[in-house]
Design a protein around this ligand. Structure first.
Ligand code: ZN
Length: 132
């Protein structure tokens, strides 16, 4: 079955799929052609703009997804663990008491512990909400 419908030059040239049939049927967009033979909705620039905006919305949503939040927290914890390991090594190499007095080790350890408990609370909260 070949279907080659006539094109109405006064209307938008976008072909739309008719989903009311079991097989795909196409029809011309019903709106008047405004720019370059397209209506405001189907002009390539408008389509591109919507695609970009949709991608931006999706990216923002993805960034705040439970998994991404946990990943960021876990990365921060890993970074603090590395700092602690480096500080411990420095403490072994140099005067341990002196470094402890400066408070480098304690503050890094405190921040790590706080980050770990925040992550635990976050995971518990998400489990309660059945997000995980
Ligand atoms: Zn159109």
């Amino acid at each position: 079955m070949t279907d080659t419908p006539k094109t109405d030059a006064t209307r938008c040239k976008k072909r739309l799929i008719d989903h009311s049939m079991a097989f795909p049927r196409y029809h011309q967009c019903k709106f008047k052609a405004k720019t370059d033979g397209y209506c405001a909705k189907h002009h390539p620039d408008a389509v591109k703009k919507r695609t970009v905006e949709k991608a931006a919305r999706w990216e923002a949503k993805r960034k705040n997804s439970p998994l991404q939040i946990i990943k960021r927290q876990a990365e921060r914890i890993a970074q603090l663990e590395r700092e602690l390991a480096a500080t411990e090594k420095a403490a072994d190499d140099a005067d341990t008491d002196k470094l402890r007095a400066i408070g480098l080790y304690e503050s890094a350890a405190k921040e790590r512990d706080a980050a770990v408990s925040r992550l635990k609370a976050l995971v518990d909260g998400m489990r309660e909400k059945r997000l995980l």
